[in-house]
Structures are given as C-alpha cells and as structure tokens.
Design a protein around this ligand. Structure first.
Ligand code: ATP
Ligand code: MG
Length: 244
C-alpha cells in the first residue's frame, strides 16, 4: 500500500459530560486517492470519527495522521488546526452547521478567501465548482431559503472550493432526490481527492467505494473490500445493518 494519507492508530475519544468512550481503539489507514465508505448503525460513531479527524472532537488516546498533520491527545495549537482544515474538509451531516453567510456565493468564497486567494482566483474557483455541481442557480440565494437537497449540494460545493487533499462526507446523499444522487455520485467519482464517506446508503457506497470500514459501538468491527463486506448478511446483521 502507498504511504497512507490518513492513518488512525488506536484512536479513542469521549464527549464531555461523563459518558463512555465514543471511539474505541479505532485503527485504519487510507492511501492517497482512495474512496472509503464508513458504515455503521445509528450511533455507531461515524460522525464522531469524522469530527475527530478535523479536530472538533478531541481524541483522548492514540494518534491521527492526516496529510501532513498529526493529532494526538491533549490541546492542539491553532496553527496546526488551521493547516489541518486547509488539507481536510468535512461536509457536515447537517448542512446548517456549514452554511452561514448571506449568500451561497459568499459561503463558497469563504474558504478560499481565508486561504489568501485573490478575488479573481476565488471567483474562478467558485464558478467552476457551481458549474461542476450544476447549481449555478443557487449562487445568489440565501442558505436560509433553500430546500434540504439544495443545502446539501451547496455544502458539498463549499467543501470543494477549499480544494483539500482529503474530503470527508457525512451522509452526503441525505435529502437528495435520485437525480441529484446520481449527479453527486458522478462528481465524487470524478474527484481525485482521498474521500471518506459516512453513509447509510449502502448501494451508493458499493458503487463508489472499493473499501469499507464497518463501525459498531465506536470500534472498527470489520474492514475490507466493499464487495465482500456489504454482501455479508451475517456480518452486517451483527452491526445492525442489512446486507445489499
Ligand atoms: N455531542 C454529543 N455529546 C454526547 N454524546 C454524543 C454527542 N454526539 C453524539 N453522541 C453519542 O455518541 C455516539 C455516536 O454518535 P455519532 O453521531 O458519532 O453516531 P453516527 O454513527 O454518526 O450515527 P448516525 O447514523 O445516527 O448519524 C452516540 O451514542 C451518540 O449518542
Ligand atoms: Mg452521524
């Protein structure tokens, strides 16, 4: 395997407030350019793992290497987190967590502006992403006045304008109609970025991702080829899922 661009070694994490660990000794590696599906029942820890990977949920033990950054337990310095967020983007499970500017254009321009790009370059990048996703018509709209599916596409667009090395997606097909799902599938397939995709849509995962990581109660229950894992009825049932 190529040198991994993502490597989690025995990562554990807890939320504040006295609950038990939400991630338990999670270990996996992803080589550059690979698309990997992260699957598991409700509450299995998919979102928590993605939040840990962008430094939002602090890890309590182990280490997480992503791009050029290594996250460990304990306080992280701000510069490290800034670099991490330039290299890794997360499309949140709830698009409302991601869209906060007065217009979609401003939301898409926010990341590249923050990275110091000039206005011409920002404009070019935003236009290119809007065209690629077929959502140019949302450009001047307020995120407060979009449908669920439109918000989802806008949130994905906002991650793409960052042009990170690694893209993390939390339930990217939620709220999308069948045509928008197919469109998204084509877009994700065309991207050269390393992608980790948390999804309940196992048919979508099977088409897009050669490899699957199966989480159960915050731990990796199994990982391997999607064609084997997703079709293994017994295994999937043990994790509260249904084989495809
Ligand atoms: N902010 C929080 N504080 C405390 N516990 C939390 C918090 N967010 C999630 N949890 C708990 O952590 C566990 C994992 O949740 P997580 O959201 O990572 O699951 P998930 O696999 O993404 O589920 P879903 O498929 O429903 O999105 C659950 O038991 C959940 O109740
Ligand atoms: Mg989730």
């Amino acid at each position: 395997m190529d040198t991994p661009i993502i490597e989690a070694r025995s990562v554990s994490a807890v939320y504040g407030g006295g609950g038990g660990p939400v991630l338990r000794d999670v270990t996996f590696a992803v080589p550059p350019g690979e698309r990997v599906a992260l699957v598991g029942a409700n509450g299995a820890g998919k979102t928590s793992l993605l939040l840990a990977m962008v430094g939002i949920l602090p890890i309590t033990s182990g280490s997480l290497h992503i791009g050029s950054i290594e996250l460990n337990a304990g306080p992280q310095d701000k510069r490290k987190l800034k670099t991490l967020r330039e290299q890794v983007s997360l499309v949140f499970q709830d698009p409302d967590d991601q869209l906060f500017m007065p217009s979609i254009y401003e939301d898409l321009a926010f990341g590249p502006r923050n990275m110091g790009l000039g206005e011409d370059a920002v404009h070019h990048r935003v236009d290119e992403v809007l065209t690629r996703l077929g959502i140019g018509f949302l450009k001047d709209r307020s995120p407060l006045r979009l449908s669920g599916g439109e918000k989802r596409m806008a949130a994905i667009a906002a991650s793409l304008t960052m042009n990170p090395q690694v893209m993390l997606f939390d339930e990217p097909t939620a709220f999308l109609d069948p045509k928008a799902q197919r469109n998204l599938m084509g877009v994700l397939q065309s991207l050269p970025h390393t992608q980790l995709i948390a999804t309940h849509d196992l048919a979508f995962a099977a088409v897009l991702c050669p490899r699957v990581i199966l989480l159960q109660q915050g731990a990796v229950f199994a990982q391997g080829p999607a064609s084997e894992l997703l079709r293994n009825g017994e295994l999937m049932e043990q994790c509260g899922l249904e084989a495809i």
